[in-house]
Design a protein around this ligand. Structure first.
Ligand SMILES: Cc1cc2nc3c(=O)[nH]c(=O)nc-3n(C[C@H](O)[C@H](O)[C@H](O)COP(=O)(O)O)c2cc1C
Length: 397
C-alpha cells in the first residue's frame, strides 16, 4: 500500500473506532480513490468499515445489528478472550493439512459459510458471487431460505458443495415442495433453523423503520427488493408487538417429517444447550449447528463458544457439532475445533467481504482465516485436525 492509501485507510479505521455514533456515510472524509485494494486487507475486521462505506446505511444496519442492547453480539467476541491456547513444542508440523469431510463433501478446511439472508443487500451479484467464492475456496455454502436469488439459480452458479437452510412454512405441502425442489436442484444437506420463532427487536432496524421478517416470501421473488432495504416512505413507526414466525408452531416431531421429505442429512441450527443437543440426537437429526444467530434473536443468550463444551458432552463423539456466531480469527476457530466442533461457520464476515469487494472479497476473507488457522495450528505443533483436542486450551475465567 503506498503512503497516501495507507494513511487514508488508517484514518478510515480510526474514524470508525473513535466515532461509533457517527452513522452517515456522507460524513466520511476520504475519497474513493484512496480505498485499499482487496490484496491489502490484513485481517477480517478490516472488511467491515469498507463494506459499511460501500453499501446503503439501512443495509449495513441490517447486517450488523443484534437484538436489544447487543449484549449477546458483544459476548460472542468477548468470550474468546477467556480461553487461552496451550501450544506444544518440537513436534514436526511440516505437512499442514486442514482438510476435512462433511456429509460426503471433502473441503479444504473446516471453515464454511453460514446461511445469511439477502446477499444483494451487500452486492448486486448476491449469492451468485458467494457460491462462486465457496467453489474457488473449496468450501461449502449454506444458502438461506431468504436468499436474494432463487435457489435453483444459485445451485447452477457454481460447483461448490451446497446446503440449504429452511424456515418452515405453515403449509406442510408448500414446505415439502420447496424442500424437494431444493434437493433436486443440488443441495445436499437441509438445515432447519429453530432459534427464530418470533421476530426480534433489532433496534437499529426499528430506528430506521425497516422490517426484518422471518420468513419472507418466495426466495427469489424478492430479488430486486432486497437490493436495498428501504425505509418506510412515510416513516411510520414499525409495529412493536409479539410477531410469531412460522417456526413458532413446530416442535421436535418436525425433524422426522423433514428428514422424510428431504431424504438428505438434516442439521438443526440454533442449539445452545446440552438438553436440546440430546433431543436433536433423539429425534434423528444428523448434526447440529450451535448458534445464537449472531446475537440477533434472544438477548442474553450465551456466546456459542461458552456452551460448546456442554453440548459436545451431551452427544456421541462422532455426532457432527458445527458452530457459528462471532468467529473472526483463526485462533477462534482453533479453540472451537479443540473443544470438539467439526467445523466453524461464518456469517457477517462473508457479507463484509461481499459488500467490500464482491466475490474476491469473500475469497480473501476465507483465505485470511484459513491461513490464520493453519498458522495457529502450526505454532501449536498440530499438523492436522485429528490432532486437535481439548488439551490444547484452557479456560481463563
Ligand atoms: C444479515 C444476516 C442475515 C441472516 N439470515 C439468516 C437466515 O436467513 N437464516 C439463518 O438460519 N440464519 C441467518 N443469520 C444467522 C447466520 O446464519 C449466523 O448464525 C450468524 O450470522 C453467525 O454469526 P456471525 O455473523 O457473528 O458470524 C443471519 C445473520 C445475519 C448477520
Amino acid at each position: 500500500m503506498n503512503d497516501t492509501r495507507r494513511q487514508a485507510f488508517h484514518k478510515l479505521l480510526s474514524f470508525f473506532a473513535a466515532s461509533p455514533l457517527v452513522q452517515a456515510q456522507k460524513d466520511l472524509e476520504y475519497k474513493p480513490e484512496h480505498l485499499p485494494g482487496v490484496d491489502q486487507m490484513v485481517n477480517v475486521f478490516e472488511f467491515e468499515p469498507l463494506c459499511r462505506y460501500r453499501i446503503p446505511k439501512e443495509n449495513y444496519d441490517y447486517i450488523a445489528g443484534g437484538v436489544d442492547n447487543e449484549w449477546t453480539l458483544r459476548r460472542n467476541r468477548e468470550a474468546f478472550d477467556r480461553i487461552v491456547i496451550r501450544p506444544r513444542m518440537l513436534v514436526n508440523a511440516t505437512n499442514m493439512d486442514l482438510s476435512t469431510t462433511l456429509f460426503g463433501a471433502k473441503v479444504a478446511s473446516p471453515i464454511l459459510f453460514s446461511p445469511t439472508a439477502g446477499h444483494q443487500l451487500a452486492h448486486p451479484d448476491g449469492e451468485l458471487a458467494t457460491a462462486k467464492a465457496a467453489a474457488s475456496s473449496n468450501t461449502i455454502i449454506c444458502l438461506s431460505s431468504n436468499s436474494s436469488y432463487p435457489f435453483e439459480k444459485v445451485a447452477a452458479a457454481s460447483e461448490a458443495p451446497k446446503w440449504w437452510q429452511l424456515y418452515p412454512r405453515e403449509d406442510d405441502l408448500a414446505t415439502r415442495e420447496r424442500v424437494e425442489r431444493a434437493v433436486a436442484s443440488g443441495y445436499k444437506v437441509v438445515v432447519l433453523t429453530v432459534d427464530a420463532p418470533y421476530n426480534s427487536h433489532r433496534e437499529r432496524l426499528l430506528r430506521n423503520r425497516v422490517r426484518a421478517q422471518v420468513p419472507s416470501g418466495d426466495p427469489g421473488a424478492t430479488a430486486s427488493n432486497t437490493r436495498r432495504r428501504r425505509q418506510d416512505p412515510e416513516r411510520k413507526p414499525l409495529p412493536y408487538r409479539l410477531e410469531a414466525t412460522l417456526v413458532a408452531q413446530w416442535d421436535w416431531t418436525y425433524v422426522s417429517k423433514l428428514k422424510e421429505w428431504a431424504k438428505t442429512p438434516v442439521l438443526i441450527k440454533g442449539i445452545l444447550t446440552g438438553e436440546d443437543a440430546a433431543l436433536a440426537v433423539k429425534h434423528g437429526a444428523d448434526g447440529i449447528i450451535v448458534s445464537n444467530h449472531g446475537g440477533r434473536y434472544l438477548e442474553y443468550a450465551p456466546s456459542t463458544i461458552e456452551v460448546l463444551p456442554e453440548i459436545v458432552q451431551a452427544v456421541n463423539a462422532k455426532f457432527p457439532v458445527l458452530i457459528d456466531s462471532g468467529f473472526r480469527r483463526g485462533t477462534d476457530i482453533l479453540k472451537a475445533l479443540a473443544m470438539g466442533a467439526s467445523a466453524v461457520m461464518l456469517g457477517r464476515p462473508v457479507l463484509w467481504g461481499l459488500g467490500a469487494f464482491g466475490q474476491p472479497g469473500i475469497e480473501k476473507v476465507y483465505q485470511l482465516l484459513e491461513t490464520e488457522l493453519a498458522l495457529a495450528m502450526a505454532l501449536c505443533g498440530k499438523a492436522n485436525l485429528r490432532q486437535l483436542d481439548k488439551s490444547l486450551i484452557r479456560s481463563d475465567r
